[in-house]
Design a protein. Sequence first.
Length: 272
Amino acid sequence: MLINIIYLLIVTLYSLSVLGFFIDFIQNNQKVNRIAFWLLSIVWILQLLFLLIRMIEYNRLPLMTIFEGMFFYSFIVVTLSLIISKFYKLDFLLLFVNIIGFAIMAISFIAPSGDVSPQLMELLVLELLIIHVTFLLLSYGTFTLSFSFSFLYFLQHHMLKGKKWGKRMGRLGNLFTLAHLSFVFTMIGFPLMLLGIILGVVWAWTEYQMVPWFDTKVLSSFFVLFIYGVFLFQWVVRKKRGYGMALLNIAAFLVLLINYFLSTSFSNFHIW
């Protein structure tokens, strides 16, 4: 059970580390960057421990199966990114490199495993599904909060434009705060959804040896991710703010609702 727990901790902490680096990438938050760095350091320790346990268990170097090779590849990516970060201040490199590293480690699970423990395989199939669903539901929750702030921005904008002064307007909050909070929760929800989709692809291949790319739910999920990606691009790169961005965020949430409720009715693969 020890090696099973270690693997699950690696997946969870690696996900949180990538999330932290993404937040730092978008918002230049050094505190979050430090937390993400230390999480990545713990991932490195756990990966090393995982490899040592397998080496002792099978009395050989853990490089003989495709699963082990891809896992070791991910370990190398983490190792090199930690070493580079000690000599060069390249925080954004950590994000992009470790998105690849996380994807490789997740994909390693669907590779022919050879002598991977059947108990580990059975446990991880279930755990991957649970983590997949959890990440997506967390992203839905953060996107809901983001929508709420954008909708309040929408109301406040129209009240100011119509010069409807009063206590009600003051209770809505100022436009700057509402816009910033809508961005913050979108920034958190986007990587959660991205990681959830990656794990969902891995789980689907593990369970069914195929990925239903043209399933309604799958296509609409990628479309939702694309729209929120456009929102973040407009905010961070093009520095757009204001009423138009609030409308874009509201539209993105409406697409999310369609994805969650309507596409499920036409999906042959998803039941939620």
